[in-house]
Design a protein. Structure first.
Length: 308
């Protein structure tokens, strides 16, 4: 059985095949209405469970639309409305869902919850974001970068701000797709050291600097994310804002990168906090392409997991 749990645990060749498939499927749909079925229907007869223990716009809708375009059926479920949110174990939930569904996509808090679901499910499980990582997002981001600028290999990606779950998946991707990363943010919000070690272990350069303009020098892309993630306590908001303000992606930071550097953000964004509106809506921004490519990347991930 083929789960899609993280970029560091999925073979690099498989990740590259998924990107190739995603781009081919996107090209094949060019000009079609969003609801039109794909010419091939690899998910015909398949039932997909999409479970959310946290809010979502892009992940929820892109998985739902993507599965339907491929002929599948979906159930979008809120964790709190299931017995899962009222004391039933993850293991038992996994066993029960596996009797009804062909695949489970889960957005949850603890990474351990996702891993327990995968351990006990007898159908593939996809990580739709945990406190620790967001692999589907970065697959879409690789598609996005490459359709604008060509191969990510040996490029310099700069992450500005909080070394969070999305940042960890970028570091995994650096190792698997072969690019370098510079992190710039406050020391207390440094990225997960295991993710840094993974990229370095694959021979990639990972730099950590407190100077945002120095970090941005020579960047092929500058990437950021919200200063307060869904798993962060509300009480930390003010402190985080004060710590992260110097790392806002603004026109000065973009000007320090290469002239053709892209600006990337997984969204949702808080405009004029982690990035200015001028940057988000500027000529270097590809943020809405990233959102669209969630659809195409995840369709390829669904096919990979189901072997269809
Ligand atoms: N980027 C992302 O995962 O967005 P949602 O939280 O809206 O799914
Ligand atoms: N880091 C953010 C990403 C949202 C898609 C969060 O976890 O809330």
């Amino acid at each position: 059985m083929t789960h899609f749990l993280d970029l560091d645990t999925t073979p690099a060749d498989d990740l590259r095949s998924i990107i190739t498939q995603a781009r081919a499927m996107k090209d094949a749909r060019a000009g079609q209405p969003k609801g039109a079925p794909d010419a091939v229907q690899p998910l015909a007869g398949r039932m997909i469970a999409l479970i959310f223990e946290k809010p979502s716009t892009r992940t929820r809708i892109s998985f739902d639309v993507g599965a339907r375009q491929m002929g599948g059926q979906t159930m979008v479920l809120s964790g709190k409305d299931m017995q899962l949110g009222h004391g039933e174990s993850i293991a038992d939930t996994a066993r029960v869902l596996s009797r009804y569904c062909d695949l489970i996509m889960l957005r949850t808090f603890e990474e351990a919850t996702l891993l327990e679901m995968a351990e006990h499910a007898t159908v593939p499980v996809i990580n739709g974001l945990t406190d620790a990582s967001h692999p589907c997002q970065i697959m879409a981001d690789i598609v996005t970068y490459e359709e604008h600028r060509g191969s990510v290999a040996d490029r310099k990606f700069v992450w500005a701000g909080d070394g969070n779950n999305v940042c960890a998946s970028w570091l995994h991707a650096a190792g698997q797709f072969g690019f370098d990363m510079t992190f710039t943010g406050p020391e207390t919000l440094d990225p997960n050291p295991r993710a840094v070690a993974f990229a370095r272990g694959k021979g990639r350069r990972v730099e950590i600097t407190r100077d945002p303009l120095k970090a941005a020098a020579g960047a092929d892309a500058i990437v950021t994310d919200t200063w307060v993630s869904m798993h962060d306590p509300e009480s930390a908001r003010e402190r985080r804002h004060n710590q992260l303000r110097p790392y806002q992606v603004n026109e000065a930071m973009m000007a320090a990168g290469k002239p053709d550097a892209l600006f990337m953000h997984c969204l949702p964004a808080h405009r004029n906090e982690e990035a200015t509106t001028a940057v988000m809506d500027g000529p270097q921004s590809v943020i809405f392409d990233e959102s669209e490519n969630r659809l195409h990347a995840q369709k390829a991930i669904l096919r990979y997991c189901l072997g269809v």
